[in-house]
Ligand binder design. Sequence first.
Ligand code: CMP
Length: 137
Amino acid sequence: DIQKTLVLVKPDGVKKHICGEVISRFERKGLSIHAIKMINVPVELAEEHYAEHKGKGFFKALIDFITSGPVLAMVIEGENAVAAVRQINGATNPLEAVPGSIRGDFATSIDENVVHASDAPETAAREIALWFPELKK
Ligand code: CMP
């Protein structure tokens, strides 16, 4: 079915000038950009977005990193968009991400892994509402 999912190009991806490359990979696969914006992430938004990781050892590093520079936030739409985007992104750990995936090709560490994408349709709904409250009607 047609789904929407939230994708972030994290500060390392923006600094590497690969926003266009990331978008191209989704578009080439037939997915569409439903909404898109550059955003300097407020700490409160970062903490809400990563609430499930609160208490973990890497939480502070995660928040520091995602707030360290501009992020490209987008809602990607298409057939099975949640799973399709996650396959294009590749595994969270770049050592496990296959060549040809975004992380396999560009990510250098698990902390700085270029992209984020929602992991399930329910997560996508929550994350889209969080990052794009202006889309709600
Ligand atoms: P992301 O998809 O944005 O969701 C949580 C992020 O935490 C993840 O990508 C990684 O960049 C980061 N992270 C850092 N350490 C770990 C870890 N040990 N396990 C999972 N995610 C981690």
